[in-house]
Design a protein around this ligand. Structure first.
Ligand SMILES: Cc1ncc(COP(=O)(O)O)c(C=O)c1O
Length: 136
């Protein structure tokens, strides 16, 4: 990620950090109001995302995009994540993607590239909880 060792610190509970990050970086405006995350995320992560959407007066049924594994597969294809981001286009306000999926163990490197993210324009943020990365 480009940080020096002395610039990294573990702090708070993950859910507290998620809320703090979303309060700062999830700034829905007009049609740019959607959050994209993996389907089957840890239940408290799902709850936090729902709570943030409702805090902004938004309905998770309309504003939460969940990407799931293809039929018969355990992990989510990078192409499907990219396709979901591109399909969301100007409605996307936040991508919340886990570094390691707690259930499948899928390790995600795809979204960590600012160069890649830059391709999709400005106006949205991304957050990558790294608990299980730092645990392994
Ligand atoms: C992926 C994930 N999200 C959220 C949590 C909840 O973390 P906390 O109790 O620190 O808020 C956990 C706990 O293990 C987790 O694995």
């Amino acid at each position: 990620m480009g940080a020096q060792v002395e610039e990294v610190v573990a702090t708070n509970a993950l859910t507290v950090n998620l809320h703090l990050l979303m309060v700062s970086f999830f700034r829905p405006a007009g049609r740019r109001c959607k959050i994209l995350m993996e389907s089957g995320a840890f239940s408290s992560d799902q709850h936090a995302v729902h709570a943030q959407l409702r805090f902004h007066g938004l309905d998770p049924a309309d504003c939460l995009i969940e990407v799931r594994p293809r039929q018969g597969e355990a992990t989510i294809a990078t192409d499907d994540i990219v396709a979901a981001i591109e399909a969301a286009g100007g409605t996307l306000a936040l991508v919340l993607w886990t570094g390691v999926q707690y259930y499948s163990g899928q390790f995600s490197t795809w979204v960590g590239s600012p160069r890649r993210a830059g391709r999709w324009g400005r106006g949205w943020a991304s957050i990558w909880p790294m608990r299980w990365v730092t645990c392994r």
